[in-house]
Ligand binder design. Sequence first.
Ligand code: ATP
Ligand code: MG
Length: 241
Amino acid sequence: MSKLLQAQGLSVSYGILPAVRDVAIDVGPGAVVALLGANGAGKSTILKAIAGLVPTQGEIIFDGETLGTLSTRQRVRRGIVYVPEGRQIVATLSVGENLTLGGYHLDRPTLRQRSEMVLGLFPEIANCVHSPAWMLSGGEQQMLAIGRALMSGPRLLLLDEPSLGLAPLLVKRVFERLNTIRQMSALSVVLVEQNFRMTMQLADDVYFVRSGGIVGHRGAAELQGPAAREQAIESYLGAAH
Ligand SMILES: Nc1ncnc2c1ncn2[C@@H]1O[C@H](COP(=O)(O)OP(=O)(O)OP(=O)(O)O)[C@@H](O)[C@H]1O
Ligand SMILES: [Mg+2]
């Protein structure tokens, strides 16, 4: 099956410090691909490279097109949307206004239709469309961040640690919703997570990231046993050296 996203030889440096080197990742249509690794391993940087947020060497092909120097905005138009770590919604704007921001380039009917779809998916925030976003709980803010990304009708969602700072019950809820979104549309996802168990409920493919490189790649079916857990732990511990 042809891939939606094919990235090869991705390297990113911050100043003179290399953060990611020679990373290759493939994402199939409708697939959830997870990046697992310790703090500072380079997971967010890989997502930012795909989103066009950091200068990147290497090749990224999306739906047959080489992205090259396309800007983040141009990538959003093609359907690549990044949901940053720590949510970064606009606290002073209302929930509804935050959603509108996510679909800034859409005509009014499409905007309304998407907004209804998102609020249907996240009833928790549907009750507070007119409230300022800062009034939402952490979990609701995460739902708003994902909802805002869905407004643009993405084909590839780059999700950076959606469970960060959330109570286990809320993590479960956010993941359930992600599963629903996935079943509803042919949306592909690159998911960055530290939560191995939650990741395994969603992912088709897992890449282990350590010290800026990919140190392992397994299909979900291969990841059921203790050997998989061992590799997960190894990829976390490795980064500490
Ligand atoms: N804007 C930046 N300027 C300089 N160095 C950076 C910047 N962003 C990240 N780094 C460095 O690049 C490396 C990879 O960072 P990255 O944020 O990609 O890791 P991560 O795997 O997402 O970590 P975490 O799990 O903590 O979010 C780290 O060494 C980090 O210190
Ligand atoms: Mg990160």
